[in-house]
Design a protein around this ligand. Structure first.
Ligand code: AMP
Length: 200
C-alpha cells in the first residue's frame, strides 16, 4: 500500500515588538528573554550608538559628549539606524531603547508600513522612580558605562520623563501598549510578558 505523507504548515507570525520603559526598568534583561523565545532580531539603539563610539567613527566622535551628558541624540541619527535594520531583517525585530520620542514612533510606523509590516505591541515595563535610581546606581558600580553616574542618571531620567514618556500614550491610543509590572522576580516578569505577547 502506498504510504501517505501529510505536511503540516505551521504559520509563525512575524512580530515586531517595542520594549519600552525608563532607564533601569529592565529592558535589557527582558529583551534577552523575548528575542530568545520569539526568534526576533534584537535592535538596541543604545548598543549601536556605543559601538560607534567604541569604533571611534565620525558619528561616534560626534555623539559621545551628548550621550555622556545623558541627553538624547538627534532623531535623524537613530532613524537611519532603524531604517537599515528593518530593510535587512526577515525575522521580526525587538526594538529596545527605540522609539524614544513621539517623532521616532511616528517614523517607525511609516518605516514598518513601507515593508508591509506593523507593530505587534509595545511592552511597557513600569518601575517606580526611586527603584530606577537605585538600580542604575547599582549598575553603575559594574557597568563601566560612562553615562552610568549619579549626575547623568538624573539627566537621563529627565529626558525620559519629558521626551520619551509621551510615546506610551502614542501607543496606548493605538491599543498597542501593554503595561507590565517591572518589579519583582525576573522570571515572573518574563512570564507576564510572554502571556501578553501570546495573547496578541
Ligand atoms: P540606552 O542604552 O538605551 O540607555 O541608551 C543610552 C544613550 O544612547 C541614551 O541616553 C541616549 O543618549 C542614546 N540613545 C539611545 N537610543 C536613543 C534613541 N532612540 N533616541 C535618542 N537617543 C538614544
Amino acid at each position: 500500500m502506498e504510504a501517505h505523507t501529510s505536511t503540516l504548515t505551521v504559520y509563525i507570525p512575524m512580530r515586531d515588538i517595542v520594549i519600552f520603559g525608563a532607564p533601569g526598568a529592565g529592558k535589557g534583561t527582558q529583551s534577552d528573554y523575548i528575542v530568545e523565545r520569539y526568534g526576533l532580531t534584537h535592535i538596541s539603539t543604545g548598543d549601536l550608538l556605543r559601538k560607534e563610539i567604541a569604533d571611534k567613527t565620525e558619528l561616534g566622535i560626534r555623539i559621545k559628549s551628548i550621550m555622556d551628558a545623558g541627553q538624547l541624540v538627534s532623531d535623524d541619527i537613530v532613524i537611519t539606524m532603524i531604517d537599515n535594520a528593518i530593510a535587512h531583517d526577515t525575522h521580526g525585530i525587538l526594538f529596545d531603547g527605540f522609539p524614544r520620542t513621539v517623532a521616532q514612533a511616528e517614523t517607525l510606523d511609516k518605516l514598518l508600513a513601507n515593508h508591509g509590516r506593523s507593530l505587534t505591541c509595545m511592552i511597557q515595563l513600569e518601575v517606580p522612580r526611586e527603584e530606577l535610581i537605585r538600580r542604575m546606581l547599582e549598575r553603575a558600580k559594574v557597568s563601566g558605562r560612562s553615562d552610568d553616574n549619579e549626575e547623568t542618571i538624573k539627566h537621563r531620567l529627565a529626558e525620559y520623563e519629558s521626551k520619551t514618556f509621551p510615546v506610551a500614550a502614542y501607543y496606548a491610543k493605538q491599543g498597542k501598549a501593554i503595561p507590565i509590572n517591572g518589579l519583582g522576580d525576573i522570571k515572573a516578569i518574563s512570564a507576564s510578558i510572554a502571556r501578553a505577547i501570546d495573547a496578541k
